[in-house]
Design a binder for this molecule. Structure first.
Ligand SMILES: Nc1nc2c(c(=O)[nH]1)N[C@H]1C(S)=C(S)[C@@H](COP(=O)(O)O)O[C@H]1N2
Ligand SMILES: [Mo]
Length: 206
């Protein structure tokens, strides 16, 4: 078939149209998987690894690696959006939803309205509890049917795909529910407390 500029133009346009509804404003599509870490990749010993759920100071539940992997597992395929403007389509994650973690400690829902994610190495990030339940977030142990790469959060990371990816704490060690909202690591440094990519909530005041 003849390669005319007109037919090429007609082929390109529907692709752009389709992506317009799938890429949040100010984002561009990548096919690699960039690494964004505020510090070094921690060395983690699976034999000592623990994941905890806390309501303030009260421990609701704690899992070893084996116990964590015995919890119900869920797979999701989703787009992700980093505040540094890259978006990646159709990422596949497997892990335990926060709903199933709460169920495992006998709760129907979050015990408090806000939550702080805590990571090995000290990274934190905060959210309204409503944003990590009802299927909106999981603690993932696999990406693309393989264990996470160390720099992407091995052995476990949060995945909250509807918000900018800094909310998806890598090397996660626990969730701590809180009665009031408190800023995490990037939020204290001027990033938006919520981070909705569709509203371009990158920084405080956006
Ligand atoms: N523990 C921890 N989690 C983190 C970060 C970090 O520095 N430390 N960076 C965040 C940011 S800004 C982004 S965009 C994503 C990047 O995840 P990736 O490196 O797997 O792409 O992880 C988030 N989770
Ligand atoms: Mo980020």
């Amino acid at each position: 078939m003849a390669e005319s500029p007109i037919s090429r133009g007609f082929r390109a346009r529907p692709r752009l149209e389709a992506h317009r509804h799938r890429i949040p404003p100010g984002q561009h599509l990548v096919t690699d998987f960039p690494v964004l870490s505020a510090g070094p990749t921690p060395a983690v010993d699976l034999a000592r690894w623990r994941f905890s759920l806390r309501d303030g100071e009260q421990m609701l539940g704690e899992w070893s690696w084996d116990a964590f992997n015995a919890l119900p597992q869920t797979e999701i395929k989703t787009d992700i959006h980093c505040v540094t403007t890259w978006s990646k389509f159709d990422t596949v994650w497997r892990g335990v939803t926060v709903d199933d973690l709460l169920r495992a400690v006998g709760r129907d829902g979050p015990p408090a309205p806000y939550v702080m994610m805590h990571s090995i190495g000290g990274y934190t990030t905060n959210l309204p509890s409503a944003d990590i339940v009802d299927g909106k977030a999981m603690v993932a142990t696999q990406f693309d049917n393989k264990p996470l790469d160390p720099e992407h959060g091995w052995p476990a990371r949060l995945v909250v795909p509807h918000l900018y990816f800094w909310k998806s704490a890598k090397w996660i060690s626990g969730l701590r529910f809180m009665p009031t909202n408190e800023p995490g690591f990037w939020e204290e440094l001027g990033y938006h407390e919520y981070g909705d990519p569709w509203k371009e909530q990158r920084y405080v005041g956006d």
